[in-house]
Design a protein around this ligand. Structure first.
Ligand SMILES: *[C@@H]1O[C@H](CO)[C@@H](O)[C@H](O)[C@H]1NC(C)=O
Length: 228
């Protein structure tokens, strides 16, 4: 009996040590932290918290968490099925994938995923405006990886499939474009691109980061695009 409980204690202890050791490695994956980042100083563009403010977020993005902190409860990163990523669910449903994220499916009505229940605002922009996306390095900012940004083609439509997003890529951004050391967990990174030509209406933007071959992480956000 004594032997049993002490070996149980040893197992419990070693799994605590193991979890503590593995957690920072297994959870170091990124997500879209801001969809519409406004730099305070256009002459000194800085992705860190002090360098600007966020005017638009991804779907059901919970406010009030420290930058780069949503690794678990809530886990904001969503890793697509890596056996067939180009047929995978494009926006997390909070359940599927190698690493399920939070619910980022299309809301009905679309803006019901914003500005309530502690969630951030939806992005409002115009054709031709520069839009700047921000994400945490999660220790991978010195590696050579790319973020693909896709924006759906049809106003007020349902979400495209992953193949549909793949045929509407509007920007390819360097993941490691960061303010500070890309090897750190909470270094802020991002990229900017012009809003492409679209008829006025609501669209979905997909942020898709390829960390390794066939290892994709996505975030989804709605954009209200006005004409120029
Ligand atoms: C890289 O980051 C800077 C701000 O540090 C930003 O001005 C620039 O647009 C970014 N580059 C790209 C290609 O997005």
């Amino acid at each position: 009996m004594l032997l049993q409980s002490s070996s149980l204690a040893a197992v419990v202890l070693s799994s605590i040590v193991l979890v503590g050791y593995l957690a920072p490695v297994t959870e170091a994956h990124s997500w879209l932290e801001c969809v519409n980042w406004q730099f305070h100083n256009p002459d000194k563009k800085d992705w860190s918290d002090k360098g600007g403010e966020c005017l638009g977020y991804a779907r059901r993005f919970p406010l009030g968490h420290k930058f780069a902190s949503m690794d678990s409860s809530p886990a904001r990163h969503y890793q697509q099925d890596n056996k067939n990523p180009n047929n995978a669910l494009p926006c997390s449903d909070g359940d599927q994938g190698e690493e399920p994220g939070m619910d980022e499916t299309l809301a009905e009505p679309r803006d019901a995923a914003y500005n309530r229940k502690g969630w951030g605002k939806m992005t409002v922009t115009k054709v031709g405006d520069e839009i700047c996306l921000r994400w945490p390095a999660k220790t991978h900012g010195n590696e050579d990886s790319v973020v693909m940004v896709a924006i759906s083609k049809n106003a007020n439509g349902k979400d495209p499939t992953q193949k549909g997003f793949n045929s509407n890529i509007v920007a390819k951004l360097k993941f490691g474009n960061c303010s500070g050391s890309g090897g750190k967990d909470n270094t802020a990174c991002g990229g900017c691109f012009p809003v492409p030509v679209r008829a006025s209406g609501d669209y979905v933007l997909q942020w898709r980061w390829e960390l390794n071959e066939d290892e994709f992480y996505t975030s989804c956000a709605d954009l209200r695009i006005g004409s120029k």
